[in-house]
Design a protein around this ligand. Structure first.
Ligand SMILES: Nc1ncnc2c1ncn2[C@@H]1O[C@H](COP(=O)(O)OP(=O)(O)O)[C@@H](O)[C@H]1O
Ligand SMILES: [Mg+2]
Length: 256
């Protein structure tokens, strides 16, 4: 008699498939359900594309609604960029399967901050405001997936490592409370070089790293599952590419 198809390591460990070609292979089926995963990489490595693809796949293929919190880019910009991949975010929002929270004015309009439908003064803004907006949105559409992209700007508004860490803890705890499977992105400060080990990595349940490596004259895109608690993962660096249909990972190809 053959063994049961469920592997023992996965018992009680439910997965949220990303639906991104090749990626779920590295993750034993998907992200750990209900957990907070840090997606880190330099500018242009595909964090926003991967995040959008994760939410769109959730909606289209797994019937899981999503909330996108955009802290750097405005909604129109992200919507326009994602059309190139065939993802109609405005339509998903219209269908109430996606809520896009734009908190980008944090950076550009220091006197006044718009978070969803709320406008608050710069001083009154706090992580609590954002957290409230996220919770309300999650309830509104019963979201099972959340993306916060990128968390860097938000966290660095706070002075000092202690305040920054506290702000991030507040955000991560609130995200965990929702029960959704969450991706938060951070900008890698020195892509391709030795990296500061960022304190946020200790707070997340998993860390996925995106890099661009110079190989001869060409750039090679590399993805690596650095850490994923309670999950048997492939932690080797693997190549990925960005095409007209989004991110594709090559889980069997080696880069070393
Ligand atoms: N249709 C496409 N085909 C190939 N690469 C693309 C396409 N559209 C965008 N890109 C690449 O995607 C990258 C931008 O992805 P993005 O998710 O915005 O990065 P990040 O959020 O990490 O800064 C750029 O490097 C760009 O060259
Ligand atoms: Mg981005």
């Amino acid at each position: 008699m053959a063994a049961s198809s469920a592997s023992p390591e996965n018992n009680g460990n439910r997965r949220t498939p990303t639906g991104i070609p090749g990626l779920d292979k590295l993750l034993s089926g998907g992200l750990p359900k209900g957990r907070i995963i840090l997606l880190t990489g330099g500018p242009g490595t595909g964090k926003t594309i991967l995040s959008s693809q994760y939410l769109v796949n959730g909606i289209m293929d797994y019937d899981e609604n999503g909330v996108y919190v955009s802290l750097d880019e405005n909604k129109q910009h992200v919507f326009e960029e994602m059309v190139d991949f065939g993802w109609d975010l405005p339509e998903l929002e219209h269908q109430k399967r996606l809520i896009f929270l734009e908190a980008s004015p944090i950076r550009y309009l220091p006197a006044e901050i718009k978070v969803g439908r709320l406008t608050v003064g710069r001083k009154e803004f706090s992580m609590a405001t954002l957290v409230e907006m996220i919770k309300t949105s999650v309830k509104e559409i019963d979201a099972k997936r959340i993306v916060v992209d990128p968390v860097t700007t938000l966290v660095f508004q706070y002075d000092g490592v202690v305040n920054q860490r506290n702000a991030l803890v507040e955000l991560i705890e609130a995200l965990a409370d929702t029960g959704a499977t969450c991706i938060i992105t951070t900008e890698l400060r020195r892509p391709g070089f030795e990296r500061n080990v960022d304190y946020e990595e200790y707070l997340a349940h998993g860390v996925v790293l995106l890099q661009q490596l110079q190989v001869g004259k060409s750039l090679l895109r590399v993805i690596q599952i650095e850490k994923m608690r309670k999950t048997p993962v492939d932690n080797q660096p693997r190549p990925y590419r960005i095409t007209d249909s989004g991110i594709e990972v090559f889980p069997r190809e080696s880069v070393l």
